[in-house]
Unconditional design. Structure first.
Length: 361
């Protein structure tokens, strides 16, 4: 374990300014998400009783726009669309508390924008609680994805759940969340633990529209001796560029990227060979604003950045503009480079590991 201090629910309120946030970004992420909303049965008011569920998504990476009680045990849940773009509604991440022990519920997410998705192939939501912080997938027997005549033919994701501990806060999500704050904490940890033989450098490639860091890690050889004794022809530098989280909801990619970074800066002999023969330039979070806001695909401006590389405006997409500038700089220099996503890089590294395995002897 890296010893990163982290709330077991990653429940950082969007209304509390983080150390890396600007004055302007404070609180903006909460717009559109439910914030400690208690759902009471019809005709009831006053102090909430046990079993009057409290929904919250006003935290980093959170997404839930509305919750309605539609039956004794049933709730219709509405996802908040991406900021400035109503087309994209798929990512969700919210908490529920003030539950009654053994309370049964049926949640219906009624406004998913993608009719073709992995829920139709058996994907199920994740859940964890404050006393059981390990994420678990719901059983397929509890989850249903179907076209609903009651919801104007829209596709609905329904899942049944039983709350078994009254004092717990329960969190539900599409995939394992990985927040901007978590990335900053991780990068600070590995930066602080570097010895004299620095294996990577970290710089801020650009600031996002909400003044968050777009970090660039450069990972290469450990010592000059390794470079000079290498048996490979080094007439040119081989550079591998890795881009991650252009789409903000692709949180699993961040977990893979962290594992990749951890391996490349580690002590494994193959990692040393890779550092000596390649330069890795990794942008672990291309879209930090979208990640922070809990968007599905878009940045703050509602733009799907993976469909806007041909634009890459300095003013509306500074992240793309900076990455393109870096790639152009590489293209104009005496290097051979490959640009890839995280999954593509894993395939490349499997091949590289096979080719250079003997060099680690």
């Amino acid at each position: 374990m890296l010893g990163i201090a982290c709330d077991p629910l990653q429940h950082t309120s969007m209304y509390e300014r983080g150390s890396d946030d600007s004055e302007d970004s404070d609180g903006e992420g909460g717009l559109g998400n439910v914030s400690r909303v208690i759902i009471r049965p019809p005709g009831q008011s006053g102090k909430a009783k046990r079993g009057h569920l409290c929904f919250d998504a006003a935290f980093e990476t959170g997404n839930l726009g509305k919750a309605e009680l539609v039956g004794e045990f049933e709730y219709d849940l509405f996802l908040r669309p991406d900021t400035c773009n109503p087309r994209f509604r798929f990512w969700f991440n919210f908490t529920v508390d003030n539950v009654k022990q053994d309370q049964r519920v049926l949640f219906h997410i009624v406004n998913i924008s993608k009719s073709r998705n992995l829920f139709s192939s058996g994907l199920t939501p994740l859940v964890k609680s404050s006393s059981r912080p390990k994420w678990q997938r719901l059983s397929k027997r509890q989850v249903f994805f179907y076209r609903s005549a009651m919801h104007q033919g829209h596709y609905v994701l329904s899942f049944a759940f039983i709350f078994d501990k009254e004092e717990d806060v329960y969190q539900f999500a599409l995939a394992w969340p990985y927040s901007y704050s978590r990335l900053q904490s991780y990068l600070n940890v590995i930066d602080a633990r570097q010895g004299s033989d620095k294996r990577f450098t970290r710089c801020v490639l650009v600031k996002s529209l909400q003044n968050r860091n777009v970090d660039l890690l450069t990972i290469d050889h450990v010592t000059a001796k390794q470079r000079t004794t290498n048996r490979l022809d080094r007439s040119f530098i081989r550079v591998i560029v890795v881009l991650c989280r252009t789409h903000s909801s692709e949180a699993p990619a961040s977990h893979v990227c962290q594992g990749l970074i951890e391996f490349l800066v580690g002590n494994h002999p193959i990692a040393a060979v890779l550092r000596d023969n390649f330069v890795f330039k990794i942008v672990p979070m291309v879209n930090p604003d979208g990640v922070f806001l809990g968007n599905n695909r878009c940045n703050l401006m509602g733009q799907d950045m993976n469909r806007n590389w041909h634009i890459g405006s300095e003013f509306t997409q500074p992240e793309l503009h900076a990455v393109k500038g870096m790639l152009k700089e590489l293209d104009n220099s005496d290097v051979s480079w490959i640009e890839t996503g995280v999954i593509g890089l894993i395939i490349i590294l499997m091949f590289v590991q096979y080719i250079f395995l003997d060099l680690s002897d």
